[in-house]
Design a protein around this ligand. Sequence first.
Ligand SMILES: Nc1ncnc2c1ncn2[C@@H]1O[C@H](COP(=O)(O)OP(=O)(O)OP(=O)(O)O)[C@@H](O)[C@H]1O
Length: 248
Amino acid sequence: MSALTIKGLKKQFGPAEVICGVDLEVEKNEVHAVIGPNGAGKSTFFNLLSGAFPPTSGEIQLFGERIDGLSPEKIQQRGLARSFQVSNVFVNLSVFENLRCACFKQSHAGYVFWRPAARVREANRRAEEVLEMIGLQALRDVPAGSLPYASQRALEIGMTIACDAPVVLLDEPTAGMSNSETAQAIKLIRQVAEGRTLMIVEHDMGVVFELADRISVLVYGKIIATGKPEDIRNDPKVREAYLGEEAA
Ligand SMILES: Nc1ncnc2c1ncn2[C@@H]1O[C@H](COP(=O)(O)OP(=O)(O)OP(=O)(O)O)[C@@H](O)[C@H]1O
């Protein structure tokens, strides 16, 4: 069964149709990148999948169950978590406290039958696990607002996966990073992708071609091609509409 099945998805803002009938199957455990020019509708597409906006029409299934029209909280409980382009961390809380909050919120949402003490214990355990995974143990007690930018983005990825969702959407995870920071982020994203389905929106084609199992190209709200990186790289439609010389 696919992780996500998207059928005839449309989104209009007033008279403007921004997502114009997207059909897509995202396979379980694949890394699926969505690329496209500025304003193509990539963030809007993620906003529809994660429930930030209701679709105008169409269907979104998560592991075969409809999720379109549900709230972001409900969708997260069903197993789809997302990060944002703009950082979402609490700047005055430490790295560990940020992770604990994200874990606690999730354990509260997902396991209401747990006793409070058990919930706190579980949130602490999971926060330790995620802290290690994102490699920020040395910065554990530093306020998130004082972290270098790349570490803040790593923390944000950690907060996104705190709930251990099987499907994760990352919106421009390497935006604004230097080459060495990007290399570190790629490592982290590979780790995050283990045993999960990952969708990423990313402008850096190096990152996309390195990480993605498959790529969908979104142009003016329509997917013009979906395929393996080498097929996308060589697709004349894609080169004309988007990649140009970048992929040469
Ligand atoms: N809430 C909204 N209300 C009205 N129009 C919107 C809204 N959100 C997005 N749009 C419009 O939808 C179009 C697609 O925007 P979107 O941010 O999804 O594109 P994008 O592909 O993510 O762009 P970028 O690569 O620059 O982040 C744009 O023309 C934008 O102005």
